[in-house]
Write a protein of this length. Structure first.
Length: 191
């Protein structure tokens, strides 16, 4: 099995770390797969950039993904997807959440949100867009956006639903379990 590289990107508080934890647990439940993960959360508590790099295959030497090596990017926010798009391989694809979190520099007028650049990104790469916040709102819990996005990612991967569901059951609080399971299913069906 060839090594597959997945990059999950977003901002602090969006659930990037939870999503990467669930994903690596799912992968580790499959025989003959080695998984390596690294995370960067710097200013995450202040809404800064957060990303997780996950590599899996028969033999994985390092958790780090270099630019041009990501097979899939799961972007929780549009500008973060744009920021990390140079990590995609030529044949790689991105699942892009249709969400814009406006940074302080844009709010003060010192910068512009990169809307045109995002449109260019969609022209030059394989991008599958999803409105995970809308799906989560329809479920009745906006906090399940990360699991909606994981469901979308699951539709592109070879891991069985039963494994995903068992891991989600173990990772989320019991009071939010029903919403998270629905979020997984809705996300999987969204693409």
């Amino acid at each position: 099995m060839q090594v597959t590289n997945i990059l999950i990107v977003g901002t602090g508080g969006q659930g990037v770390i939870l999503a990467s934890d669930i994903l690596t647990d799912v992968m580790s439940k499959t025989d003959h797969i080695e998984v390596k993960k690294t995370e960067t959360h710097g200013m995450s508590q202040r809404g800064g950039s957060v990303h997780a790099q996950i590599r899996y295959g028969q033999k994985v030497a390092s958790p780090y993904i270099s630019p041009g090596e990501a097979d899939v990017i799961l972007a929780f926010e549009e500008a973060e997807g744009l920021r990390y798009s140079h990590y995609l391989t030529d044949t790689g694809g991105m699942i892009l959440n249709n969400m814009q979190i406006i940074p302080p520099l844009v709010n003060t007028g010192l910068a512009e949100y990169p809307v045109q650049a995002i449109n260019e990104l969609k022209k030059n790469h394989q991008i599958k867009s999803i409105n995970a916040l809308k799906i989560a709102s329809e479920i009745g819990n906006e906090k399940v956006v990360s699991v909606v996005l994981l469901g979308a990612l699951a539709s592109m991967l070879e891991f069985e639903d039963e494994i995903w569901i068992n891991i989600i059951k173990n990772k989320v609080p019991p009071k939010a379990l029903e919403a998270n399971l629905k979020a997984y299913t809705e996300g999987k069906n969204a693409l």
